[in-house]
Design a protein around this ligand. Structure first.
Ligand SMILES: [Mg+2]
Length: 284
């Protein structure tokens, strides 16, 4: 009897070892979709473990893509921003932004191409790459991305375009932006203001909505099962994965903490204290 129990314990042990090995191999197959603000950096500070994670991913040729709602920077500006803070070997092709998703989404759904833009370089470049003509009047669309230089006059011009038949397109619906000393107005709040003024509804494109994920997956020819969404925000990064069937990992230290999980009722598949812990767990 004792020998039988020992044998069963050994079989169970082998089974669990195989499961662990299988999971690690599974992880190795998964492309990491990494959020930027609050996950890879905060302002110009690299988050703990960020540099090591990217170094190992590059060493092992493990695929990853930075997936961000931030539409301000072009891919080149995003790469320069990360290189400046100390990340190494960051390429322009490593980024997919809500501006890129919005430009691709509208190109696919509409044939018109005249765009009035509230936004910065990232949105303007994304639109021109997709064949849009940037204009100040007689526009077909009013695109809205974060624009720190926009003022009352610019918003009023946008409202006039919307009342003359232009369609409202917000790159993302972020309500607030986390700042080192508090919060700033998010792009979604500006989109909501223009929705109210024009009595139109913008399509939802950035995280947690499907278009940004679908276009990013299409860009890399990936299925949802082949990806792991990594981020600091339960309502955008994690919610996106939960609603659309992608495995999720919350990294603490950004927007949300463990207490927020029950408060918001949004439960990630994995929780890590920092990117060091994620790196160890996925065993690269
Ligand atoms: Mg974030």
């Amino acid at each position: 009897m004792e020998a039988l129990i020992t044998c069963l314990v050994e079989i169970c042990d082998i089974y669990f070892q195989i499961q662990i090995l299988y999971n690690k191999v599974g992880d190795r197959m998964k492309t990491l979709l990494l959020d930027l603000d609050g996950t890879m950096y905060r302002g110009t500070q690299i988050m703990p473990g960020g540099k090591e994670l990217i170094h190992v991913l590059q060493e092992k040729k493990h695929p990853y893509l930075f997936l961000t709602n931030n539409s301000k920077r072009t891919r080149r500006q995003n790469a320069a921003h990360m290189l400046q803070m100390g990340y190494e070997n960051i390429q322009e092709g490593d980024f997919f932004t809500s501006a890129m998703a919005a430009a691709i989404y509208v190109r696919k759904h509409y044939k018109e191409r005249r765009a009035f833009v509230i936004g910065e370089d990232g949105l303007k470049e994304a639109l021109m790459e997709q064949g849009f003509e940037l204009c100040e009047e007689q526009s077909d669309f009013v695109f809205v991305g974060l624009d720190q230089a926009a003022d009352y006059d610019k918003y009023s011009k946008a409202v006039n375009e919307l009342h003359h038949g232009a369609k409202l397109i917000g790159t993302n619906h972020d309500r607030m932006l986390a700042q080192p000393n508090g919060f700033a107005l998010g792009n979604g709040s500006v989109v909501a203001m223009l929705e109210y003024a024009s009595n139109q509804k913008s399509p939802c494109i950035g995280k947690p909505y499907a278009p940004i994920l679908e276009e990013a997956l299409a860009l890399r020819n990936l299925s949802k099962q082949e990806t792991l969404l990594v981020g600091d925000n339960l309502e955008t990064d994690i919610q996106l994965g939960i609603v659309h069937g992608v495995e999720t990992a919350l990294v603490l230290g950004g927007v949300h903490n463990e207490k927020d999980i029950d408060r918001l009722g949004i439960h990630p598949d994995r929780i890590y204290r920092d990117l060091h812990e994620l790196l160890v767990d996925i065993c690269l």
